[in-house]
Design a protein around this ligand. Structure first.
Ligand code: 13P
Length: 251
């Protein structure tokens, strides 16, 4: 059985004090929920403090990015070992905002995914098409390329999570329909099955893009949607807990 995952990507939001308050509220509000994974991805500056709060709880922590070297003269970068040291179990890799604003390529994503795995972090690898790409009818070409290139050279996908985040749905309030999302999720799983066989059925694929507690119900009812990567709605404890409870009930 695949496990459900709900991850809150706080992006470049929240001071340390705000992050601590939010992490506390989510930890307390979700304390009885055990069977899936609840993940918080605070900004780097709050990882230490949030890590202290969630220690020993059912809430895990992800970083929003990392570099693919262990250490050295890479001013401004953060290594996977540093993230592990702070209590991260996961790391988001290849988010569309990184691809767009920081020109991350599929090759960069691949290096990061491999390094994260080598360090014992579970990558949450993001893929997704833009508005123009969907209009042109090349969604599957784009997503297929991102999945294959991002995972190139990997012998196993046992410790990988994939997030399908259509770029046109991120921060726009324009959520994909459950059918649109299911179609791409099933397509991704199909590609993985070709290379990795049954392991594809164990891998969790999350949907991301304008998820709220109001619209998560229809999405999570779909066979290949195993959870959510939530941006805006993860910044308020009530809304995020609403999403978590919805998913925990339905999966
Ligand atoms: P929103 O939920 O704000 O659309 O953001 C989604 C996202 O990018 C999560 O990584």
């Amino acid at each position: 059985m695949r496990k459900w995952i709900v991850a809150g990507n706080w992006k470049m939001n929240n001071t340390v004090a705000e992050s601590m308050a939010l992490a506390r509220a989510i930890k307390e509000g979700s304390s009885g929920i055990q069977d899936g994974s609840i993940i918080l991805a605070p900004p780097f500056t709050a990882l230490f403090s949030v890590g202290q709060i969630i220690k020993g709880s059912n809430v895990s922590m992800a970083a929003q990015n990392m570099y693919y070297e262990d250490k050295g003269a890479y001013t401004g970068e953060v290594s996977p070992a540093m993230l592990k040291d702070l209590g991260c179990a996961y790391v988001i890799i290849g988010h569309s905002e990184r691809r767009k604003y920081f020109r991350e390529s599929d090759a960069d994503v691949n290096l990061k995914v491999k390094k994260a795995l080598d360090t014992g972090l579970t990558p949450i690898m993001c893929v997704g098409e833009t508005d123009e790409e969907r209009e042109k009818g090349i969604t599957k070409d784009v997503v297929g390329r991102q999945v294959k290139n991002g995972l190139a050279g990997l012998q196993t996908i046992d410790h990988i999570v994939i997030a399908y985040e259509p770029v046109w749905a991120i921060g726009t309030g324009k959520v994909a329909t459950s059918e649109q999302a299911q179609e791409v999720h099933a397509f991704i799983r199909g590609i993985l099955r070709e290379s990795y066989g049954k392991a594809a059925d164990e891998l969790s694929i999350l949907y991301g893009g304008s998820v709220t507690q109001e619209n998560i119900g229809d999405l999570i009812a779909m066979d290949d949607i195993d959870g959510a990567l939530v941006g805006g709605a993860s910044l308020k404890a009530d809304g995020f807990l609403g999403i978590i409870k919805n998913i925990a009930e339905k999966k």
